[in-house]
Design a protein around this ligand. Sequence first.
Ligand SMILES: N[C@@H](CCC(=O)N[C@@H](CS)C(=O)NCC(=O)O)C(=O)O
Length: 260
Amino acid sequence: MLELYHNNISVCAQKVRVVLSEKNQPWTNHHLSLAKGEQLTPEFKTMNPRGVVPVLIHDGNVIVESSVICAYLDEVFPNPPLMPKSPVERATMRLWCKLPDDILHMACATVSFAISFGQQLKKQMGAGLEERLMKMPDPARRDRQRALIEKGIETPFFRDHIKVFEKTFGEMEAQLAKTKWLASDMYTLADAEITPYVERIDRLGLDGMWEKRPRVADWFARIKARPSFKMIADYPPTDYDDTGRDGSKSWPRIKELIAA
Ligand SMILES: N[C@@H](CCC(=O)N[C@@H](CS)C(=O)NCC(=O)O)C(=O)O
């Protein structure tokens, strides 16, 4: 039996839901409110001391870290395979799967918080904001969130992190000139795991990032046509709302920051 502790708009959780759907596996839903801090309770932290979603429970075993969970699912449920056959393509796939842990996830949190979630959290928490931030186990993450709530897209590291996306879209465009999907001509974990990051940029109204990248635009159209995309699209936001295209108002300034 598979159980997933997750959140509707968590990109890491979306990744796992997409893979579960590609594997046609049913699962039991444990939805957590991140704004209320349900991932920070002592009970949840016994499963994942980092206090983050997703967490997968499979036959009583606790598996954490979204890319580890996706690779685990591909091993336990090998059909349909989401791993290319050739070692070179596997290496390419692993590089894409590693990218969120290297930098893309942090960049996504920065961009989402600066454009939209920071102000939403501030409004929801009111006078309790500082207490909520102090519950976060990672002090660096807490300081980043505080800075983003105060300064939004003018926070100095926003520019660095939006440029991470710019570089990623450039690399996607180059790869898609060589292969149909991100690691090979077959859809793999690379495509599943990068999907939520592209989808978030789209929802934030920053789709201008691929207006001159036709291969990325075409890849995303093919991704949206897959039934597994429902695992993102059919989970409407609750505690944070990422559907307001809030970034479109700031797009001219964001373009300047990318070019700087
Ligand atoms: N490297 C982890 C990152 C997990 C993570 O950052 N999850 C976010 C949602 S995408 C979370 O639970 N955030 C809650 C918080 O920051 O308090 C993974 O890939 O699973």
